[in-house]
Ligand binder design. Structure first.
Ligand code: FAD
Ligand code: NAP
Length: 306
């Protein structure tokens, strides 16, 4: 039996592994794809401290992975399909899609989240070339440019507020005639006079040559079609945390993992870190910090068992 099983080798899981192994824990890290998480597909990262110039996302997480491996972390390939705690022994059983269940005294769920995609022509083609899912990450690349934002929830409104620091004009496109996000956030974004709204509207396609140039919209009520000239499109329609393998008692109404400030879930011995947890700011530096906290707490928990 392991002392710690970490699920997911993104920045949260890799950092948890680095802290866990340095604390002397007997651990394994399980990853369903290649290590690195969402950062593998991020062209450049400019907001992770310690690098003067932007660093390729792939390089950043490869460094994290190599650091973990140098310290002796074993990364196992596999998809976790369930995590259950035995009420009597207090031992966790971590079931993989292929292969036997693994047992551990503690578990850190660091399986991340996925941005909701928009299934229209041009989205996948232009990811990283004008199409973005994260204003905090990419907003600074659109200084004095015209951009469009799809979505009307609180995340979209908060991100638009950030984008108003850079863009000269922002088209806000929402599929209904009322925004879902809070009134206070609406007032804040409209105060600057940079926003032009297209309500009851959906994206039909995104097009361009080397990067995004045009956005085709359709008004759902009138059927009218509009073509907007834009330099970028931010798709901010929510996230889905990767929680399917976890017990329901640790899942919030928003379908994220409930944690306290020490990354403890309501199930003792089970911790969560990174984008998967409630209140995450969904940034690499936060995921790494969560991973460190979770590993230190797992260590404390194991000390308490002896
Ligand atoms: P993830 O990175 O999502 O890693 C989770 C890992 O768990 C994945 O490798 C996944 O395969 C694995 N996994 C999931 N389910 C299972 C399972 N059942 N079994 C085994 N393994 C599993 N943040 C910044 O700070 N700066 C940026 O510039 C930036 N740019 C971004 C650009 C893009 C396009 C995207 C998508 C995100 C960007 N982010 C950026 C956000 C950042 O990538 C995330 O906040 C961060 O990766 C979260 O780390 P994590 O470890 O919690 O999760
Ligand atoms: P959300 O509340 O689910 O909003 C998603 C938005 O995207 C909605 O406006 C939705 O439209 C739209 N949308 C979803 N799928 C779409 C599609 N396929 N095509 C076009 N539009 C689509 O998600 P969120 O904004 O990420 O927020 C998640 C939770 O975190 C919420 O509870 C939110 O209140 C909370 N949060 C709070 C704060 C804060 O309090 N400051 C900040 C961020 C997030 P419809 O409105 O038509 O459904």
């Amino acid at each position: 039996m392991k002392e710690l099983i970490i699920i997911g080798a993104g920045p949260a899981g890799l950092t948890a592994a680095i802290y866990g192994i340095r604390a002397g824990l007997d651990l394994i890290l399980i990853e369903r794809l290649s290590p690195g998480g969402q950062v593998v597909n991020t062209y450049e990262v400019e907001n992770y401290p310690g690098f003067i110039d932007p660093i390729r996302g792939f390089e950043l997480v490869s460094n994290m992975e190599n650091q973990a491996r140098r310290l002796g972390v074993e990364i196992t390939s596999g998809e976790v399909v369930s995590v259950r705690k035995n009420g009597k022994s207090g031992v966790f059983s971590v079931q993989l899609a292929d292969g036997p269940a693994q047992e551990a005294r503690t578990v850190i769920a660091a399986a991340g989240a996925a941005y909701r995609r928009l299934n229209v022509p041009g989205v996948e083609e232009f990811v990283g070339r004008g199409v973005s899912f994260c204003a905090t990450c990419d907003g600074a690349f659109f200084k004095d440019k015209t951009i469009a934002v799809i979505g009307g929830g609180n995340s979209a409104l908060e991100e638009i507020h950030f984008l108003t620091n850079f863009a000269k004009k922002i088209y806000l496109i929402h599929r209904r005639n009322r925004l879902r996000g809070d009134k206070i956030l609406q007032d804040r974004i409209f105060a600057g006079g940079k926003i032009v709204q297209y309500m009851d509207s959906v994206v039909e396609s995104i097009s361009g040559n080397k990067s995004v140039e045009k956005l085709n919209l359709k008004n759902l009520k009138t059927g009218e079609e509009t073509i907007l000239d834009v330099n970028g499109v931010f798709i901010l329609i929510g996230f889905d945390a990767n929680i399917s393998f976890l017990p329901e008692e640790v899942i919030s109404e928003e379908r994220e993992v409930i944690v306290d400030m020490n990354m403890r879930t309501p199930l003792p011995g089970l911790f969560a870190a990174g984008d998967i947890r409630t209140g995450s700011k969904r940034q690499i530096v936060m995921a790494a910090a969560d991973g460190a906290t979770a590993a230190m707490e797992a260590y404390e928990y194991i000390l308490g068992l002896t």
